[in-house]
Design a protein around this ligand. Structure first.
Ligand code: TXA
Ligand code: MG
Length: 325
């Protein structure tokens, strides 16, 4: 990406505008984290309630002390090991951090992304960029610049195009602000990898953990109802729906597929990393197919698939209660 494009994006941030930018996980919808008026625009554009906190993106772990008031040993080790990368850490916030960014909580979410365009933007800007995933509230996250434009149109001042996001699903979130580190959102960095660095088990998110609204049931949902279906029932269900005159969309890992013009079928990758990479783009494609339902073949249940399971379960929960977004 040329330096003029980055300079323009930095000027937009400095003047309080919104800049969508690529990260290795998903695209972010960014504003100057120190400018309350700019941060308000994020909530307005997303249609997100103001008490749902945002992640502050930093260019390097060296800036941690500017945003966190306490850096526990656990939070230091995880940052050293995984930044820049797809890990968000929750620390006690520094006093200046705006309540609009933290959702009024005494903690702040921080992440140093590794994507070269995000790095170039953060490096040139110098400050923190508050950015949620660049999707309308409750919807599927954006993994390409085109998705971002489709979500927001002209409501975003600038969209930096860095190609398709590598990881494809949102960062792992670990809360290091409490007594024992807790996993708030699974992601491509697995709990096992985190625990290996900590040398102890992560606590599950409990009632005492900071709120992480993106971790509530209804999230990441297409408009079309999503159903998670066991592999051996998939073909049968798809066929019975088409016999009743419905069009059906399917995201499946099995090779067997029906020859039926009313079935839109996407063959998903076999391994979890590639599956995650394609997941949101596939859901968006299937959502546009005008079908009665998106049937998703239940992927394997082992640890490597934990983050994918989390997103699929939420997408399916969204279909059951579409008004709860
Ligand atoms: O991969 C990602 O994390 C992407 C890219 C753009 O960095 N961002 C992202 O942001 O997924 P968002 O806003 O869609 O999800 C951030 C999650 C939300 O579930 C939010 O509740 C949680 O982080 N969060 C933010 N600040 C928090 C805090 N202080 N305590 C607990 N959870 C927090
Ligand atoms: Mg999100």
């Amino acid at each position: 990406m040329d330096s003029k494009t980055i300079d323009d994006a930095v000027a937009t941030l400095r003047s309080g505008g919104l800049v969508a930018f690529p990260t290795e996980t998903v695209y972010g919808l960014g504003a100057d984290a120190s400018n309350a008026e700019a941060v308000k625009k994020i909530y307005a554009a997303k249609g997100r309630p103001r008490n749902h906190p945002l992640i502050v993106h930093l260019g390097s772990a060296g800036q941690l002390g500017e945003w966190a008031s306490e850096i526990p040993e656990t939070g230091k080790r995880l940052a050293e090991r995984f930044w820049p990368g797809p890990l968000t850490l929750i620390y006690k916030r520094a006093p200046h951090v705006n309540a609009l960014v933290t959702g009024g909580q005494d903690t702040v979410a921080l992440r140093v992304p590794s994507h070269p365009v995000a790095q170039a933007l953060l490096g040139a800007f110098g400050g923190g960029i508050a950015a949620p995933s660049a999707n309308r509230y409750g919807r599927v996250s954006a993994t390409t610049a085109e998705h971002v434009r489709g979500e927001f149109g002209n409501a975003v001042d600038c969209v930096l195009d860095g190609g398709a996001s590598d990881v494809g699903i949102e960062s792992t979130i670990v809360d290091v602000s409490g007594e024992r580190p807790a996993l708030l959102r699974p992601g491509s960095i697995t709990s096992r990898e985190i625990e290996a660095v900590l040398g102890s088990a992560l606590a599950p998110a409990g009632p005492g953990s900071p709120r992480a609204p993106g971790t509530r049931p209804k999230h990441y949902a297409p408009q079309t109802p999503v159903m998670l279906i066991e592999a051996d029932l998939l073909i049968e269900l798809a066929s019975s729906m088409t016999r009743q005159g419905h069009k059906v969309a399917v995201l499946a890992r099995s090779a067997l597929r029906p020859v039926d013009p009313n079935v839109t079928w996407i063959a998903a990758p076999q391994d979890a990393a590639h599956y995650a990479h394609d997941l949101y783009a596939s859901l968006r494609t299937l959502d546009r197919a005008g079908c009665a339902a998106i049937l998703v073949e239940q992927p394997p249940l082992d640890a490597a698939w934990a983050a994918v399971h989390d997103r699929l379960t939420r997408a399916a929960a969204g279909a059951a209660t579409p008004d709860a977004t």
